[in-house]
Design a protein around this ligand. Structure first.
Ligand SMILES: *Cc1c(COP(=O)(O)O)cnc(C)c1O
Length: 412
């Protein structure tokens, strides 16, 4: 459920007509709905109400300060994967003791930054990282709480680029050698292993891979307890999918019930790292039709948003619903919706039935709130889109549109 709906023949973001936003801020324009963010966060977080838990929003899905502030105000923690994301989270007012830090390539300066900020824990992905955190914590006179990220070798049945829990993936420690890694963590100075972590992939549309991973993790936990290491935290990562097209992902409530049942009354705090499920359907990308073009083999709708604004279709061949901002009840045509970038991979939709739109009209690309703006770039020297956050009738410019001056500001 989201708060982008038609009223009187035109698309609204909550109580504001999308065309009004475009008149003020131009296109391409990312529009987020605060009510949707809050609704999704509450639906997810309350699904785990029966367990001690911490919901840590995955910042890489959408790292805009206004989005982070909205979630932080609801008590959300965050999962970060870089020093830059830590900086943003702290700037948005996220409590350091609600920050977990994942990622395979944490650099020394980032580790120091996180220890100084006093984050809850590091999700450690290699022995080298473990040693490095220990050394830095020792130098700073601090103790680092860590979970080791276990790769449970579970197939999440999603796009290969967003599968992370298979043996062949670069993430985590293989489950066979992880006991030794915990033993090492016990020996190293200034490190306390406090939990177990895993994250098997993104856009999962079924609960069973999560349960399969949890089962392996719980077996692993028993061995760990037998070694005298009793984890207080169990981090199951993110990955719950959303509906882009025909998918039918489980509702967070169903997900929460299944995990609550599987965990029984184990004395652990569950950590969850949802990204997409919170913010994916809380955002649209609004774009203007620049030209329509007929070729002998295809009809094209050329719009002013491109792969630099939303790379998901090009990168993952992913589907985003596209609808008119002002539906006019015309016949449909089968078209490719493409951007102005000089790449054949620059498309937002291919072979899509769309009403026969004309130049100057506005289209809304749905489900663009997650991995949309955060994956955007300046390719073809295109200034990045503006982002606005709508809350009822209130509009916040969450990020102003980049200018040509911004494009060259760091160059000489
Ligand atoms: C990307 C990521 C997430 C969030 O994944 P979603 O599919 O957006 O929920 C959570 N944890 C880690 C470690 C990640 O890399």
């Amino acid at each position: 459920m989201h708060h982008f709906a038609y009223r009187g023949g035109e698309l609204y973001a909550e109580d504001v007509p999308v065309s009004t936003l475009v008149a003020a801020y131009g296109t391409p324009l990312y529009v987020y709905s605060a009510a949707t963010l809050r609704r999704h966060f509450t639906a997810f977080d309350s699904a785990f109400g029966g367990l001690p838990h911490l919901t840590c929003f995955s910042v890489k899905a959408n790292s805009n300060l206004s989005v982070l502030k909205t979630l932080a105000a609801m008590g959300a923690g965050v999962d970060i994967v870089s020093g830059g994301e830590l900086y943003r989270a702290l700037a948005a007012g996220v409590a350091p003791e609600k920050i977990v830090y994942s990622g395979v390539g944490k650099r020394a300066a980032e580790i120091e930054q996180a220890l100084t900020a006093g984050i809850l824990m590091f999700n450690v992905e290699s022995l080298g990282e473990l040693e490095r955190i220990s050394a830095i914590a020792k130098r700073l006179g601090k103790t680092a709480q860590v979970s080791l990220r276990i790769n449970p070798d579970v197939d999440p049945k999603t796009h290969p680029y967003i599968s992370t829990g298979l043996k062949k993936n670069k993430f985590g420690l293989d489950i066979e050698n992880s006991l030794a890694a915990y033993a090492k963590a016990m020996e190293l100075p200034n490190i306390t292993p406090v939990g177990i972590d895993c994250h098997i992939g993104s856009q999962l549309t079924s609960i069973s891979p999560f349960l399969e991973a949890l089962d392996k993790i719980l077996t692993f936990r028993e061995k760990l307890c037998a070694m005298g290491i009793v984890p207080r935290y169990l981090d199951l990562g993110g990955g719950l999918g959303i509906q882009y097209d025909e998918e039918d992902p489980p509702h967070p409530k169903e997900f929460g019930e299944a995990l609550t049942k599987a965990l029984g009354d184990l004395p652990m705090t569950l950590i969850l790292e949802p990204g997409r499920v919170i913010v994916g359907n809380a955002g649209i990308l609004v774009t203007e039709v620049v030209y329509t073009k007929k070729t002998p083999s295809k009809d094209f709708v050329i719009v002013d948003a491109a792969m630099n604004d939303l790379i998901r279709p090009s990168l993952y061949d992913s589907f985003h619903a596209i609808r008119e901002v002002r539906p006019a009840g015309r016949e449909t045509l089968n078209v490719d919706v493409v951007g102005p970038i000089c790449e054949s991979g620059d498309f937002l939709a291919r072979d899509r039935d769309l009403p026969a739109v004309a130049p100057g009209e506005l289209l809304a690309v749905y489900s663009a709130g997650a991995y949309g703006f955060t994956m955007s770039s300046n390719y073809n020297s295109r200034p990045r889109a503006a982002e606005v956050l709508v809350d009822g009738e209130t509009v916040t410019v969450a990020r102003r549109r980049e200018t040509y001056e911004d494009l060259i500001a760091l160059e000489r």
